[in-house]
Design a protein around this ligand. Sequence first.
Ligand code: UN1
Length: 515
Amino acid sequence: MPSHSSPPLSFAAEVPALLAELGVDAARYTGGALKARSPITGEIIAEVSGTGEAEAGAAIARAHAAFLEWRLVPAPRRGELVRLLGEELRAHKERLGRLVSIEVGKITSEGFGEVQEMIDICDFAVGLSRQLYGLTIATERPEHRMQETWHPLGVTGIISAFNFPVAVWSWNAALALVAGNAIVWKPSEKTPLTALATDALLDRALRRFKAEGGSAPDGLSAVLIGGRNVGEVLVDHPQVPLVSATGSTAMGRAVGPRVAARFGRTILELGGNNAAIVTPTADFDLTLRGVVFAAMGTAGQRCTTLRRLFVHDSVYDSFVPRLRKAYESVPVGNPLEEGNLVGPLIDRAAFEAQQAALAEARAAGASVTGGGREDAGFGPDAYYVRPALVEIAEQAGPVEKETFAPILYVIRYSDFDAVLDLHNAVPQGLSSSIFTNDVREAETFLSARGSDCGIANVNIGPSGAEIGGAFGGEKETGGGRESGSDAWKAYMRRATNTINYGRTLPLAQGVKFDV
Ligand code: UN1
């Protein structure tokens, strides 16, 4: 924690310098109506100009026109643009990572980690640009061949949340660009600066791509700065066949049906209420580290944050006191200072939601360790809290909701089958884990009657997924999959082709139709 007599920390000089180095035009972040704040100090760090609705519509129309050309560029050439984006990200990792930390309040290694995740997905997408495979399928007709071809889809709309302000964009953007799509991005209103910086880096990559002789149309990528109204332009626009939206379940409930009503597609990555089961055979040192990172990391503001912990009766009294100690001692404070592990909440609303959930838990008879506001030396507009460990008897009330703050509900269990049911008895289905050395328990957790989540892990926490796997979850988490594996298919359209290379026209299913 900074001593109260040292000069107050301010980003007034650093933010414009970082933005300039990252290539953002100063006109975009001075004198605008949208105030960007750093949750570290609570101060306003920039005034960003918003995008008007008409302007947003025009950007989407331009992106559609760009798509019509970009789809004709061979996929491995499109991959070259993404490779150059990855190079820009490598070159600017420290600066962009630092800006992520300043704008979101992540500790330094997590700010850099976010940019690393962007680099990783670029690498993945470059490889993918030569692997957009379709199947060849056996046909029932002689001298025929059947195949699948994957084609570019159109403008991909990306709506992202504050907590991974740039990595989530990159999961979508890297795949969409390689797939032959144009991209239009509506970042969170809380994180416009990292969005502008990322856009500037893509711009540099585009300039290098063109300098190498690559052909990339103007308008291939756009950023819409603003609130719900600009988001709605993207959601409702007929030239946006795919909207990939990350955020709350409430947001997804609004976006999903609107896009579906015009027969657009969505990839929804919504709320999580992720759990872990600590079994009698768990390795407790490893489990403690896994639980602590997943529950307190990013100040509890990941979709994949660990929020529910089921601990077996036989180990509860040996394990939970160690956990309590970790909650009492974890260093909370300025995330840019080495040693601190928990930075601030994003804003006052997050703090109020955290306090309300704790009050509800207390009213339900829970015993709460931590959870209070901490003075990190930055005054009233910075919201630091000690992570809360909430020992509670039942999975009810606040335990069933996702509160985007570091609150871990701990519940005892005694029966493995019953705890599996409890594990799955929440509306969300993103990520999950089990800590065990019992192969039966581990395999059952991963089986059809085990975790009902999109991500299920053994002996690691639910957060911190790598880009190589498909990322997303079931139920109110929205069902979408982003990032690795075959998530790319959602960004393309599939055509089934049947080719007759014979001289006759046999019909399928033995149908006769001779005129
Ligand atoms: C999110 O919280 O929105 O698995 C994404 C993780 C990160 C991504 C989280 N790779 O925690």
